[in-house]
Design a protein. Structure first.
Lengths: 307, 149
């Protein structure tokens, strides 16, 4: 039985297969509409997340399965003090697969240790968010036609931004990738990520503080939100939340074929005027997210559909 | 006239046991507690800030009991450069190497307040060796580095 804790749990070949399946689902949704009849997905969300939870639920419903679960810790037995290990043991009796989001880092890994059904990490604190990464990879591949030979700019909260960390690790497995990290000093990449980038298996990168300086050279710009829930101190959040705002004027500095991604929700780091720019791909990401989660559910449940 | 008493700082030889030498100054007492040496009823000597040609200063621990009952992983974790002499009949009979264990369980605790190990009941505290060159260990769950600096 397999789980998904980080994007690296899948080989590059498996990722390719997954993205091919997701593309096939997008083209021929009716082919997949009953492949999970009788199956149940448990969406165990200890932390509110409209998008990811609905995406998982929609994915299972489009496959013909059903869903159950909870949308915040207070409506779960965690409020009574139940451990993650006990919760997943109980849920394993009712469901065929589980997606877990938790405010504590590593919680889905604990669940996987005690589970008798596949567990998908749907985001654990500021740590990992692998299905967002699969979504990002699929969007880059479908927009740029490749996942190698790219210069990727990552902007905003690179310290607590788990989507950033997951995506970096996933991209390091492709050839000729380089990064430009754009953030204020307080939100720079943590040491454990720069260690990986500096290692033999790393990639060239530079760290800058001005978005305008990086824009002209990028193939992909990955914007992130400064997340209030990751700060212990309200003052720090208020001071940093509007540090980078992408607008039409800044977009003029970028190449015609650069694409803009954002894991959403955005607050005001991308002006709404950018939404109409053909380079803005963040709503495509949302759609791709559901397809890739459908493909992942099939893979982890061992359901094969010929592509 | 009363005879003047002279006190000397002198820890004698041990006949059977082990010596942990070349401990980074200040780590001796940490090892003493973390290895559970404070719970033994045999002779244990902790020498702090002994002069050392190689290190300037060092800590030393002498224990008069068999080394077999101890988990040496904790020495690797706390001070990878410490050395061990095993003593029998007053002579050094072995100098076991301290390999870096690939994984350590329930020896050190994750200090990240955001880690699941800070709240999950009965969960093993597991650290994994992620960089052997720099003896870097990270929490299995949240990947926070164990800071033994």
């Amino acid at each position: 039985m397999r789980h998904l804790m980080t994007p690296l749990d899948l080989t590059v070949e498996e990722l390719e297969d997954l993205m091919n399946t997701a593309e096939d689902i997008r083209k021929y949704p009716e082919k997949y509409s009953h492949v999970c009849d009788g199956k149940i997905l448990a969406a165990l969300f200890y932390e509110p997340s409209t998008r990811t939870r609905l995406s998982f639920e929609a994915a299972m419903l489009h496959l013909g399965g059903k869903t159950m679960g909870f949308a915040d810790a207070m409506s779960s037995s965690a409020a009574k003090g139940e451990s993650v290990a006990d919760t997943i043991r109980v849920v394993s009796c009712f469901a065929d697969i589980a997606a877990m989001r938790h405010f504590k880092e590593g919680a889905p890994m604990v669940a996987a240790q005690f589970s008798s059904i596949p567990v998908i990490n749907a985001g654990d604190g500021g740590h990992q968010h692998p299905t967002q990464t699969l979504t990002d990879l699929m969007t880059i591949r479908s927009s740029k036609g490749r996942l190698s030979s790219l210069k990727i700019g990552m902007c905003g909260d690179l310290k607590f931004g788990r989507t950033v960390h997951s995506l970096i690790r996933a991209l390091l497995r492709y050839d000729n990738i380089s990064f430009v990290f754009i953030s204020p000093d307080e939100l720079k990449l943590p040491d454990y990520m720069t260690e990986e980038l500096d290692s033999d298996k790393g990639a060239p990168y530079k760290e800058v503080t001005r978005l305008e300086d990086a824009l002209p050279e990028l193939d992909v710009l990955y914007m992130t939100r400064v997340q209030k829930e990751r700060f212990f101190n309200e003052e720090d959040y208020v001071r940093l939340k509007d540090y980078y705002i992408l607008d039409s004027r800044k977009m003029e500095l970028a190449r015609d074929d650069m694409i803009v991604l954002h894991p959403l929700p955005r607050v005001n780091e991308i002006s709404v005027e950018v939404d109409n720019d053909p380079r803005a791909k963040y709503f495509d990401q949302v759609q791709n997210g559901m397809y890739i989660r459908m493909a992942l559910i099939l893979m982890l449940l061992g359901i094969n559909v010929e592509v | 006239m009363a005879e003047k008493i002279k006190y000397k700082l002198n820890v004698g030889k041990i006949e059977e046991g082990f010596v942990i030498d070349h401990i980074r100054p200040g780590r001796g007492l940490m090892l003493y507690h973390d290895m559970g040496l404070n719970k033994l009823d045999c002779s244990v000597a902790v020498i702090q800030n002994a002069s050392s040609r190689k290190m300037g200063k060092k800590d030393i621990i002498k224990v008069e009991t068999s080394i077999d009952n101890f988990n040496l992983d904790i020495i690797s974790l706390l001070d990878h450069n410490a050395t061990i002499d095993v003593i029998k009949d007053g002579e050094i009979i072995d100098k076991p190497k301290l390999p870096l264990p690939r994984e350590v369980k329930n020896i050190i605790k994750c200090k990240n307040p955001r880690c699941i190990s800070s709240i999950e009941q009965g969960l093993d505290q597991i650290f994994v060796l992620t960089d052997a060159q720099n003896a870097t260990y990270r929490c299995k769950y949240c990947e926070t580095e164990y800071d033994n600096k």
